[in-house]
Design a protein around this ligand. Structure first.
Ligand code: ADP
Length: 761
């Protein structure tokens, strides 16, 4: 990953050298036209053209080579750095520092060298001149050369800065972004101003030569008068620049001072002030400069008129002033555009790093007013050039046509630049809105620059992107929180479920224990009654055995057959009593055996009629005074645990018998399949005293009893309830004082017998 990041800028780097060469060629041509040509024309005018020709060409070549070598020399640390970076060698801090200084020094040093070199050319011509030259002509040529050379030097510095700027991210990655801009941004504003001034002068001088009949003396005077005018006004302009750019400098001081920190706060108030200052700066500085140039120009023309009149006619002066107006307007518009482009990185940085309230940064002049001003200005310049062309003196030859073309090119350039400045931000907005439509909200929308209509649109767009992204983020984070919460709760729920399951298991075990112990207790109570119950038939058997033995003996000694038959009949009678007694004992023992069955684990088919009979049999001793009514379907059977069903019946019958007490009464028991749903319904009712309404809701509670100690522990019905639950059945009670009590039980029918047996197995 790091390797590809390093490679990206390096792969771009080779383009820099051709660009440098092309730039150097362009700048040299520009210098020859803007600086060299006036010097040559001047030399021709003062009769020194041969000297100029002889001196200029070798001098220019020598100078060109010298400055190119010097530029290369200055840039040597940059080349070293680049080579090291490409070879992936470590770079020391000192080397990086040297590279940084070279990048900054090279454009300026080259500009100063060329400026000095161009000033040397007229000095050389003057040194080798053949004839006499007036001081005015010397001052004039030096003044004009200084203007023009300064302008192209500034253009050179600005262009070199730009081309070399491509190296900056590669060799100085730490100096990216706004830090690159912050280096010498004020100097660049001054360079733009000087370049505009010098180029305007060059253009005006060309206009004067092409369109205006004007003695060279007048031209020299105009140029010379500009100097003091400039000297007086430049400090004011510079002071204004310092004042107007102070908020920007303050912002840089506050935010770039501490390298490596997280940077300034989003709500930094200095950013708002800096933005407002940066937004107004191009208009103010260009306007101020246009005013100075216009005033100084008019003043210079007036002075020249006064000094060289009548050679310098009023009509010529008027044409010169018209040309001045066109040049000032064009220069002002170009300067605004260049400064706007120059300040663009700062405005974009401020707009993307800080919150800029729209009402605080709203541009004073709207887009419409700006466009109208630009098009009126461009039309004015065109009209000015066309008018000057038509008014040009016939003697001027092809120069006016050339100048007209030059003027038109100037206007077309202006229109193209404005169209680009307008369309650029709209294109960016278009592509970003496409991105946003695809749901890509991470990349900020850079502010287009000034807070005019398009700028505010991009600010609003950025606001929309931010709020959409924040919404999305907060929704995502809410989702994440929710998921986490749901997971936490689910885990807690699972833990609780586990606890509950364990508690339920314990409860089941306790219930089983309870059932078992209650069963033992009730068996204990039963045994007493049953012992008595068995006693009677056994007594009958035992009591019969003696008479049977006697009767058998009597038969043996019977005197007559009739007597023996008589005695045998008596034996038969007694044996029937023995048989009944033994049978009764057997049935009681069987019932007891059924009842005392151990823990059952597998559900079985339970025949309700047999269970009812067994239970009634075991309780017979308690039901002596009770009439039993049975309405039992002999086929009624359910799926379950027979021992537990017996216990249910025992408990219900015991409760009914206890309710009837010694007064006696009727117990009615029914069991049959219900129509329709195949369920089995079993009911036990008595016509005892019934259950009072206030205790009815509590009868199934464990340990609730109304009976005396020894009669009941209050567990009977709660065990019944538990057993019915285990059989997936249902129990309800219908009772009222005086109306008896009915317990109604429902069990799932044996229709699901197969499945449950399988499960139990
Ligand atoms: P116990 O029989 O040991 O008291 P139970 O849980 O079997 O415990 O019965 C709870 C209470 O319900 C009894 O004390 C009694 O008051 C009442 N009860 C139960 N069955 C009947 C009934 N058939 N008639 C009147 N009351 C009854």
């Amino acid at each position: 990953m790091a390797a590809t990041q390093d490679l990206a800028p390096i792969s771009r780097a080779p383009r820099v050298l051709p660009r440098l060469l092309a730039l150097e060629a362009g700048l040299t041509i520009g210098e020859l036209v803007i600086v060299g040509m006036p010097i040559y024309l001047w030399a021709a005018a003062v009769g020194e053209a041969p000297v100029a020709r002889r001196a200029a060409v070798p001098l220019a070549v020598a100078l060109w080579l010298a400055t190119a070598c010097r530029l290369w020399d200055v840039l040597r640390p940059v080349a070293t750095l680049l080579a090291a970076k490409r070879a992936r060698l470590p770079v020391s801090a000192a080397e990086a520092d040297a590279g940084q200084r070279a990048l900054w020094r090279a454009p300026r040093e080259s500009a100063v060298l060329r400026f000095v070199a161009w000033l040397l050319l007229p000095a050389l011509i003057l040194a080798f001149r053949r004839g006499a030259v007036t001081p005015l002509a010397v001052a004039g040529v030096l003044g004009v050369t200084a203007f023009h050379a300064a302008a192209v030097a500034c253009v050179r510095s600005l262009c070199l800065d730009r081309v070399l700027g491509d190296f900056t991210p590669e060799i100085l990655p730490n100096l990216a972004g706004i830090r690159v801009f912050a280096r010498g941004w004020r100097a660049r504003v001054v360079e733009v101003a000087v370049a505009t001034f010098g180029l305007s002068h060059a253009l005006l001088a060309s206009l004067a030569l092409a369109f205006v009949e004007m003695p060279p003396r007048a031209l020299a005077i105009v140029s010379l008068v500009l100097w003091p005018a400039l000297a007086i006004t430049a400090p004011f302009w510079f002071r204004s620049l310092l004042r107007r750019t102070r908020p920007i400098a303050d912002y840089f001081d506050a935010t770039l001072g501490s390298a490596g920190t997280r940077g300034p706060a989003r709500e930094e108030p200095r950013a708002v002030v800096a933005f407002v200052a940066a937004q107004a700066l191009p208009y103010r500085m260009a306007g101020y400069q246009a005013f100075i140039l216009a005033t100084a120009g008019v003043l210079a023309v007036a002075v020249a008129r006064r000094v060289v009149a009548p050679d310098f006619e009023a009509s010529s002066a008027a044409r010169l002033v018209a040309g001045l107006a066109a040049v000032v307007v064009a220069g002002c518009l170009y300067e605004v555009l260049v400064l706007r482009a120059m300040l663009g990185p700062l405005m974009r940085h401020l707009g993307s790093r800080h919150h800029l309230p729209v009402h605080d940064i709203r541009a004073g002049v709207g887009l419409q007013a700006k466009l109208v001003a630009v098009f009126v200005g461009a039309s004015g310049v065109t009209a000015g050039f066309v008018a000057l062309y038509h008014a040009a003196p016939d003697a001027a030859g092809a120069a006016p046509a050339g100048m007209l073309l030059c003027g038109l090119a100037l206007v077309i350039g202006l229109v193209v630049l404005i169209a680009r400045a307008l369309v650029g931000p709209i294109k960016v907005l278009e592509s970003r809105s496409d991105e946003m439509a695809r749901g890509e909200l991470a990349r900020p929308v850079p502010p287009s620059g000034e807070a005019d209509e398009i700028g505010r649109l991009s600010i609003a767009f950025e606001g929309m992107r931010r709020s959409l992204r924040d919404r999305l983020r907060s929704t995502e984070s809410i989702n994440v929180d929710l998921e986490r919460e749901v997971r936490r709760r689910t885990e807690a729920l699972e833990r609780r479920n586990q606890d509950l399951r364990e508690a339920l298991d314990k409860l089941r075990r306790a219930q089983d224990d309870l059932v078992r112990s209650e069963k033992l207790a009730s068996m204990g109570r039963l045994v007493a009654g049953i012992a008595h119950e068995i006693n009677n038939p056994i007594n009958a058997v035992i009591n019969s055995l003696g008479p049977v033995a006697e009767a058998l003996h009597g038969i043996a000694v019977a005197p007559t057959l009739t007597d023996a038959v008589e005695r045998a009949r008596g034996v038969e009678e007694m044996l029937r009593v023995v048989e009944r007694g033994a049978g009764r004992t057997k049935s009681i023992v069987q019932a007891l055996h059924n009842y005392s069955r151990g823990d059952e684990t597998v559900e079985r088919d339970v025949n309700l009629a047999r269970s009812i009979d067994d239970s009634l049999d075991l309780l017979r001793h308690r039901l002596r005074d009770v009439r039993i009514e049975k309405d039992v379907d002999p086929t009624a059977h359910i799926l379950g645990f027979p021992g537990q069903i017996d216990q249910v019946l025992m408990n219900l019958f015991t409760n009914a018998a206890q309710a009837l007490g010694s007064r006696g009464g009727t117990i009615r028991v029914t069991a049959h399949f219900r129509d329709g749903d195949g369920e089995v319904e079993l009911s036990v009712s008595d016509d005892g005293p019934g259950i009072p309404a206030e205790i009815l809701p509590r009868i199934f509670d464990p340990f609730f009893t109304t009976k005396d100690v020894g009669e009941g522990a209050g567990l009977g019905l709660s065990i019944v309830h538990g057993i019915i639950d285990r059989h997936r059945g249902h129990i309800d009670v219908d009772s009222a004082p005086g109306r008896g009590t009915t317990f109604r039980l429902r069990f799932p029918g044996p229709g699901n017998l197969g499945t449950v047996v399988a499960r139990g197995a």
